[in-house]
Design a protein around this ligand. Structure first.
Ligand code: ADP
Ligand code: MG
Length: 607
C-alpha cells in the first residue's frame, strides 16, 4: 500500500521514520492497521526493526522494557481509537515505573474531525494524564522537532515554565490545594511521551529540503548532591545503630551498580534490594538481608534509599512496618519525592550513580565502616537463618500437587545464573522475589510500582531482543501465574515469529490467587446445566488448562508438568532450545500459599 512521493519529496511517514532513526531508535513495537501501515513499512526502510505484536498493551509493555533496559525509549506504534486506548494501560505502567517510552498513534484524517470519523478519539487528551508530553505535530516539516522533544521529555528533566503559568492562579485556594497532584506530572524522572499522527499528515508530501532533521539528542545531563548534604548523610549513618541501605530500580536504571557495590564493600552496611533493584548488587552477596526483609525494615533506625520511593511497595515508611522515628537519607533525581509520606532527614538530590560515588568517597574519608559483630547483624542473621529453614522445608517438600517453593526453587536451580527473570502473578511474584535470584543488574522485570498483571510476555519479548542484540547468550525466563499469563498469552506467537527462545513457566493453580481442583470442578458441573459455572468462585479459571499447547500451536515446544521430575526435564529441554519459545505449564496445589507472614500483604498503615 505504499504510495510513493514524487522525486525530492518526502511524506510524513518517512519523515517520522527517519526522525526516529536519527534519534537512535532501534525497535518499534506495534500492531498495524489504518492509518499507520505505510509508517510501519517506512520504519523498516529506515533500518528500524518493527516488531509486530498481537495486542497494543503488550506492545507498550515491550517498548517501556526496552526503555528500562537500554535507556533509549522503546517506541510503540498503534492505530487510531482502540489502538491508542489499548496502549494507555502500558503508558500508565511506564509512568508509574518512571520508564521512558514513546507512543505513536495514528489518528483520523483532519478534514473529517468532529464529523464522526473512523475511530475518531480525543487521543492527545486521552493520553495526557499518563505522559510527560502529549502532542500532535503541526506539519510534516516539524515532525523531527516533535520526535526529538518526545524523546527528550521521556528521558530528560522538564523545565519550570509550566510552573509559572500555574502560579498565576495563586489566589485560588481550591486550586492551590490540588496543586501537588498536578505537579506530579511535571517530573524530572523518565516517563512516557505520546505523539499523534493524523492519516493525512502521514500521507502529505513536502519537498525534502524543507524538513530540518535534527541530530541525536545527547544523554540526559547528570547532577550531583551538595557536599554538605553528603557529609550529613555520612554522619547520620555513622551514628546509626541499625542502619540499612535500600537499592531501588532507580539505581538499576541509572546504571549505578559499580558505585553501589563499592559503597557496600567499603562500608559493610546491610542492604536490601527492591523488586527491580535486585541484581544491582548480587542477591547472594553476604550483606544482602532480603531473607529478613520485614525485620530489617521494621527495626532499622537510619535508612539510605538509593533510587526507591517510600510508596506502597515500601509501606510508606510508616509504622507498623517501620520505626515511627526512622531517619531517611534519600537519593533521588526528583525533589518532589522527598518528604512524601514521612520526613526525609537528608535529601540528596541528584543522579543516584553520581551521588553514590560521592558517598563512597566521603565514606572512606570519614571511615564509615559498619562492624559485623553488632547486635543488629546478629538479630538479622538469626532471622535470616530461621526464615531460610522454614522456606527450605517447603522447597524440599516435593509432594504432588506441588507447592510454590518446590516449583520455583527447581526453576532457580536449573536456569542459567545470568538469566533475565520476568516475574508476575500474585503469589508467583511475591514468592518468586525471594526464591528466584539475580546476580546482574536490570535482569529483573515484574509487575512494578503499578502492580500490573499481564505484562510478562511483552517485557520478555523486549528483553529477549536486547539479549539477541548484545549477543551474550543470556536467556529470558518468564515466570507467571496462570491468570497473569492469560492477559497476554497470545504473544507466544510473537515470540515464535521472531525466533525468541523465551522460557515461559506458568505456575498454574487454576485461578486468581487460587482455584478449585479438577474433581471438585467436575462434581459441581455434574449433571450439566448452563447456570452451574456462575456458582464457581469468581477467581476460578479452568482446572488443569493446557496452556502449553499455545506454544505448540505457534511452532514452539510445550510441557505439562505435575511433579518435580517432569519440571526438571522440561526445563532442561527448554534451555537446550535456542530458537523457539517453550511453555512449561507447571500445575501446583490450587490452595498453595506463601509461608506465614508477619504482616498482611498491603498492611494498612495509619495514614
Ligand atoms: P522501587 O520500585 O525500586 O522502589 P521506585 O520506582 O519507587 O523504585 O523509585 C525509583 C526512584 O528513582 C524514582 O523516584 C525516580 O525519581 C528515581 N530515579 C530514576 N532515575 C534516577 C537517577 N538517574 N538518579 C536518581 N534517581 C533516579
Ligand atoms: Mg493462578
Amino acid at each position: 500500500p505504499l504510495s510513493k512521493p514524487e522525486m525530492g519529496a518526502v511524506d510524513g511517514a518517512s519523515v517520522l521514520a527517519k526522525s526516529l532513526k536519527d534519534q537512535g531508535i532501534e525497535y518499534v513495537y506495534g500492531v498495524v492497521g489504518i492509518p499507520i501501515i505505510e509508517t510501519s513499512f517506512a520504519l523498516q526502510q529506515a533500518g528500524i526493526k518493527f516488531i509486530g505484536m498481537r495486542n497494543e498493551q503488550a506492545a507498550a509493555y515491550a517498548a517501556q522494557a526496552t526503555g528500562f533496559l537500554t535507556r533509549t525509549p522503546g517506541v510503540c506504534l498503534v492505530v487510531s481509537g482502540p489502538g491508542v486506548i489499548h496502549a494507555i494501560g502500558g503508558l500508565a505502567n511506564a509512568q508509574s515505573n518512571c520508564w521512558p517510552m514513546v507512543l505513536i498513534g495514528g489518528s483520523c484524517d483532519r478534514p473529517q474531525e468532529e464529523l464522526g470519523a473512523f475511530q475518531e478519539t480525543k487521543q492527545v487528551e486521552s493520553t495526557r494524564l499518563f505522559t510527560k508530553f502529549s502532542a500532535r505535530p503541526s506539519n510534516v516539516e516539524r515532525i523531527p522537532m516533535y520526535v526529538e522533544k518526545a524523546i527528550r521529555m521521556a528521558t530528560y528533566g522538564r523545565p519550570g515554565l509550566i510552573r509559572l503559568q500555574f502560579l498565576q492562579h495563586k489566589n485560588d485556594k481550591l486550586f492551590m490545594r490540588s496543586f501537588p497532584s498536578y505537579f506530579k506530572l511535571l517530573t524530572h524522572k523518565p516517563g512516557a511521551s505520546y505523539l499523534d499522527f493524523p492519516g493525512d499528515l502521514l500521507n502529505t508530501s513536502v519537498p525534502e529540503e524543507q524538513v530540518e532533521f535534527l541530530p541525536k539528542l545527547p544523554p540526559p545531563p547528570v547532577s550531583v548532591a551538595p557536599q554538605d548534604e553528603i557529609l550529613k548523610a555520612i554522619e547520620l549513618l555513622k551514628s546509626a545503630k541499625n542502619p540499612l541501605v535500600i537499592v531501588g530500580k532507580g539505581a538499576a536504571y541509572a546504571r549505578a551498580e559499580q558505585n553501589v557495590n563499592e559503597l557496600i564493600r567499603r562500608t559493610s552496611l546491610p542492604f536490601l534490594p527492591t523488586a527491580m533493584g535486585k541484581g544491582v548488587i548480587p542477591d547472594d552477596h553476604p550483606n544482602c538481608v532480603s531473607s529478613a526483609r520485614s525485620l530489617a525494615l521494621q527495626k532499622a533506625d537510619v535508612i539510605l534509599l538509593l533510587g526507591a520511593r517510600l510508596n506502597w511497595m515500601l509501606h510508606f515508611g510508616k509504622p507498623p512496618r517501620f520505626q515511627p522515628d526512622v531517619k531517611i537519607i534519600q537519593v533521588d533525581i526528583e525533589p518532589e519525592e522527598f518528604q512524601q509520606s514521612i520526613p526525609t532527614t537528608v535529601t540528596l538530590l541528584g543522579d543516584v550513580n553520581q551521588v553514590t560515588g560521592q558517598l563512597v568517597e566521603a565514606a572512606s574519608q570519614k571511615q564509615l565502616v559498619y562492624p559485623k559483630d553488632t547486635p543488629w547483624w546478629k538479630m538479622i542473621t538469626e532471622k535470616m537463618d530461621l526464615n531460610r529453614k522454614t522456606v527450605g522445608a517447603m522447597m524440599a517438600d516435593t509432594s504432588v500437587p506441588l507447592n510454590y517453593y518446590a516449583a520455583l526453587s527447581t526453576v532457580q536451580k536449573l536456569i542459567p545464573k545470568n538469566s533475565i527473570i520476568v516475574n508476575e502473578g500474585a503469589n508467583t511474584m511475591d514468592i518468586g522475589r525471594t526464591v528466584l535470584l539475580n546476580g546482574l543488574p536490570r535482569c529483573r522485570l515484574d509487575a512494578g510500582t503499578y502492580g500490573t498483571m499481564g505484562l510478562g510476555l511483552g517485557f520478555a519479548i523486549a528483553a529477549a531482543l536486547n539479549c539477541q542484540k548484545e549477543g551474550k547468550g543470556q536467556r529470558v525466563v518468564c515466570v507467571q501465574g496462570d491468570s497473569a499469563f492469560g492477559f497476554g498469552g497470545m504473544e507466544i506467537e510473537t515470540c515464535s515469529r521472531y525466533k525468541l527462545p523465551i522460557i515461559s513457566v506458568i505456575i498454574n493453580n487454576s485461578g486468581i490467587y487460587g482455584g478449585v481442583d479438577k474433581e471438585i470442578w467436575d462434581q459441581i458441573n455434574e449433571g450439566g446445566g448452563s447456570e452451574l459455572p456462575y456458582r464457581l468462585p469468581p477467581n476460578t479459571l479452568s482446572p488443569q488448562c493446557r496452556y502449553e499447547k499455545l506454544a505448540e500451536m505457534a511452532g514452539g515446544q510445550g510441557f505439562f508438568c505435575e511433579n518435580i521430575e517432569q519440571l526438571q526435564s522440561a526445563l532442561e529441554k527448554a534451555i537446550a532450545e535456542t530458537e523457539k519459545p517453550t511453555i512449561i505449564n507447571c500445575m501446583i496445589n490450587t490452595t498453595a500459599q506463601r509461608k506465614q507472614q508477619d504482616f498482611d500483604w498491603l498492611t494498612r498503615a495509619k495514614l
